[in-house]
Design a protein around this ligand. Sequence first.
Ligand code: AMP
Ligand code: GLY
Length: 420
Amino acid sequence: MNILVIGGGAREHSLVWKLSQSPKVAKLYVAPGNAGTGLIAENLNVQATDLQSLAQVAREKNIDLAVVGPEVPLAAGIVDLFQSRGIPIFGPDKEATKIESSKVFAKDLMHKYGIPCAKSRGFSSFSEAKDYARSQKPPIVVKADGLAAGKGAILAYSIDDALNALSAIMQDRILGSAGDQVLVEECLEGKEVSLLALTDGKAVVPMVPACDYKRVFDGDQGPNTGGMGAYSPPNFFDTETINLVKETILEPVVRAMAKEGKPYKGVLYAGLMITEDGPKVMEFNARFGDPENQVMIPRLESDLVEIMLAVIEGRLDEIKVEWSDEACVAVVVASGGYPGSYKTGFPITGLDMVDKDILVFHAGTKAEGGVIHTDGGRVLTVTTTGKNIAEAREKVYNNLPRIHFEGCHYRKDIAQREVC
Ligand code: AMP
Ligand code: GLY
């Protein structure tokens, strides 16, 4: 089979790495990919947001399976476009992607079908949103409705902060049309975990749970990022809880989407808070997680091509999805200044110095004149598995100092609390 992976981050590198191990693969392409994917697949110079060019290149390369990494092409309807051209593609269509691309839609759905989530109300009027926020007890969460690259949720510790957030989103329009509507939401307390599930619209197969770290500095300090590290499995999230989430959240939402005329196929990401009252949904995403994928995919033992075909062809209940019992830890290495402004183009040294069992998934990297340079904010995810979290963590942190570029930084406390 000829396979095309769409995207260029470490999430996509982990997918390409896993797909490349399938005996079913003849040729693997990535658009646009990065220096890491270029070592195991052919990078195509087409952006993940350029839907027409992607469809054209898929036809030219006789693609038998396309896999979408990021949410933006999904929300723009890449699945609908590929389906209309008869090209098999893994991911939900535009209507089903609303579960991520409209938080108001997702919330209305959860309230309508009794899926446990934070209490909230949606607004398109600034003055009504303000009045409602004033009536709430802080902390409260203000969220933009649309896609905002991880910047759409603001945790407000006072009413003033909430009003400022509403004004920034709805009046100053700092997130553009993503802020046409907002949610004002109850702040949930507990432990955060991501549980993703594969679904063909009928069968729902949870994957292994993972935790990610959003803040840039140790101790969860500093601004939010796209993710600075992850680990799997979290010891507080046992099989019983996975089954509970499957029964109370994942299966009901897949049934609800079908009932609403938006059948969901692909991978469904539930961002959960494990509260005193049980697991509640904070968000749904219509795709694999980043950096969650970098700790989930190394634990996957089954053939990813088989899984994706089973999802597309509606026969997920006929296959077994198997995982290793090992633990996995991933640490993101970022450019100096990230998540604020940063420079790129620095040579990266030491990539060939890491131990054999270390996986280095690339994100913002570029090969120039045979040398790999930085080309983004999050540059690499350094990952490994071990018999437990402590072992995986130690291996990753022993190897990290061998990799270097000017200004590089990473968190030193990924998965630390899991070990104590
Ligand atoms: P979201 O964009 O909805 O995933 O939110 C981003 C992050 O904000 C989440 O990963 C949580 O850390 C936090 N968050 C979102 N919603 C809530 C909530 N209702 N209560 C507490 N924290 C939240
Ligand atoms: N790790 C958060 C996300 O993928 O949305």
